[in-house]
Design a protein. Sequence first.
Length: 95
Amino acid sequence: MEIVGSSYNTKSKSSFRGVDNDGNTTLKVTTFPLNGRNYAIWLNPVETVLSGKRALGFVNERIRKPTDTSSEEYEDWCYNDNLLYTWILNSMEPS
C-alpha cells in the first residue's frame, strides 16, 4: 500500500494485503492484553507492530475510508480495517 495524500493506492507493489499474514485474524499485536489499567504500557508495542505492518494509518486515520462504496479501494479498505479491528480485539482482555 502506498499512502498518497490522504488516501492509498492498492495497486502499488506493496499492498497491505501482502503484509497482513494472509488475513490472519488470530494475530495478537502484543503479548500482554489491554486490561483497562495498562493502556500506557500496552500502546507502544501495539503502535510499533501496526506501524511495521504499514497499518497504523488505519488507526490514526491517515488512511481515510474511500467515499465510493462501490469501488475496489473501498472493499480493500473495509477488509483491512476489519482485520486490524480483530488484531486489536485479540490484544485486549474480555470484559
